[in-house]
Design a protein around this ligand. Sequence first.
Ligand code: DC
Length: 222
Amino acid sequence: MAFIVAIDGPAGSGKGTITKLVGKRLSLVNIDTGAMYRCASLYMIRNNIHLDEIDKINDMLKKIEIKQEKINDIDKFYLNGEDVSDKIREKDVNSIVSQVSHILLIRERMVELQREMGKNADIVMEGRDIGTNVFPMADVKIYLDASAEERANRRLKQNEEKGIKMSYEEILENIKFRDNNDKTSPVAPLKQAEDAIYLDTTNMTIEEVVDKIVNIVDSKRK
Ligand code: DC
């Protein structure tokens, strides 16, 4: 049986960075499930498939192949063989991915693919519903959180590094809006699994969070 670590939490909680580092420290394959919904969104934009076109979505799900691969220590995402790692982070994808992730048909297929990934490898998987829905029997479940203000600050820094111009107020408003959307979604709403360990990272460094998770996993694995 593979060993599974589930990491869930809201936007800007540091899941992406922390999952990668935990994977590296513990030799677990790290998987970014948000990127999978982003790949499906990109395909829909390119093929002019609207959110309510269920037949076309069904057809798309038979045709698309999504892969995550590590090249020189960088996670790359492939959509039908094409490297779309940068394209899936662009504005047009950002603007529809949340709605795309709420389409039941798409979610069912993605969850199926995610469960397959956990069959043959020890993994650390990040998302919104990993501990509650994808792997309710995960060996370790972590729910990462931080205050909305701290998450907005982190996003502001990331944006500055990437040359993206957005004010702190605008980012904070967007984070609060997304929090509400994610938590009240009728399909797989973001919530902490009952048996997940809650980590408030507001006043923690990345290294502290990673150390803490590594210790939790180590004590479980023994
Ligand atoms: O983590 P992210 O921003 O790349 O996620 C993109 C979108 O996908 C976000 O709106 C939440 C959604 N998502 C989801 O519903 N379930 C997951 N397991 C992962 C992401």
